[in-house]
Design a protein around this ligand. Structure first.
Ligand code: ZN
Length: 68
């Protein structure tokens, strides 16, 4: 499930993953098209947070000692 904020009704909506129409990777962000309960398609860009999370995971992996 995903929590989105509908730009039309300004309410938080829980939507199922199958409502995600498409996910497009861009160099700076990820664009996600979500079918909202309001009946419209909204595009959410999850770029910076996604990049930061990825960088954190990569940094952690680099720091972690290699298991013997
Ligand atoms: Zn909506």
């Amino acid at each position: 499930m995903l929590l989105i904020t509908c730009p039309v009704t300004h309410t938080d909506e829980l939507v199922a993953e199958r409502r995600v129409r498409s996910v497009t990777n861009h160099p700076t962000h990820v664009a996600m098209e979500v079918e909202c309960p309001c009946g419209q398609l909204h595009v959410y860009r999850t770029g910076r947070r996604w990049e930061e999370a990825r960088a954190r995971v990569a940094a952690r992996a680099a720091e972690a000692p290699v298991p013997a």
